[in-house]
Design a protein around this ligand. Structure first.
Ligand SMILES: [Fe+2]
Length: 230
């Protein structure tokens, strides 16, 4: 058994301490997973999730992060941010969220608050600190044209740059009561078109590569061929 000497010469057994630390880490991890599930349920209740798309897209976000060489320890943060990036929309009035027509300037200003609302909630939870910054910056534009910080290029946390692409793709291919989702190929074309302006070109390239590899299996599983069903 490993021991250490305290200042007064009393020997301390490290093994039980290490075991307790491991137990506490597992408890924290389990609490974090429960919290993420609860947040996801909230998004479902508000009809802000696009069904099981979000889970698949979160997997793709992690794949992009891996391809970009992000450390193993932050992959979970990217996954959680991909799942919960729009949690702040819970603070936006339904009349704005579900408005079938174009938003007014005032309504759009309120809608643009959702990254800050999401950050304000997520940052309160131990273990979601980095995730909260990915949420805060998921609408920044690569050229500095986004919000809330007007950050550009490397100033934007890489996890947020990944979530930005995931979010845009999800929004384009998802159907709404008032409009049909775009076909997969058109969504891909628009992402590539906005490389280096709205999106990090390296992230787009990586995402398109992964999505194109995965889509045939998705089509096969869902029996679709023209419109993407993730
Ligand atoms: Fe968003």
């Amino acid at each position: 058994m490993m021991t250490a000497e305290l200042a007064d010469g009393v020997g301390v057994a490290w093994a039980p301490v290490a075991l307790r630390v491991k137990e506490l880490e597992e408890q924290l991890s389990s609490m974090r997973d429960s919290l993420i599930c609860a947040f996801n349920q909230l998004l479902d209740l508000k009809d802000l999730n696009t069904g099981y798309h979000s889970t698949r897209l979160a997997e793709w976000a992690v794949r992009v992060a891996q391809e970009l060489g992000m450390e193993e320890s932050v992959l979970k943060d990217v996954e959680v941010a991909a799942l919960l990036h729009d949690i702040g929309k819970i603070g936006v009035p339904d009349a704005i969220l579900r408005k079938p027509s174009r938003l007014t300037v005032e309504e759009y200003a309120l809608m643009k608050k959702h990254p800050e609302y999401g950050w304000a909630v997520a940052r309160l939870f131990p273990g979601l600190e980095r995730t909260s910054f990915y949420i805060l910056h998921h609408h920044e534009g690569y050229d500095g044209s986004g919000y809330p910080g007007g950050l550009q290029r490397d100033e934007i946390p890489i996890g947020a740059r990944i979530v930005s692409v995931i979010d845009a793709f999800d929004a384009m291919v998802s159907s709404r009561p008032y409009r049909q989702g775009l076909p997969f190929e058109e969504a891909m074309r628009r992402l590539v078109e906005a490389s280096d302006t709205q999106f990090d070109p390296v992230v787009v390239q990586c995402f398109v590569c992964i999505a194109q590899t995965e889509m045939p299996a998705v089509f096969e599983a869902t029996g679709t061929s023209t419109t993407v069903v993730l």
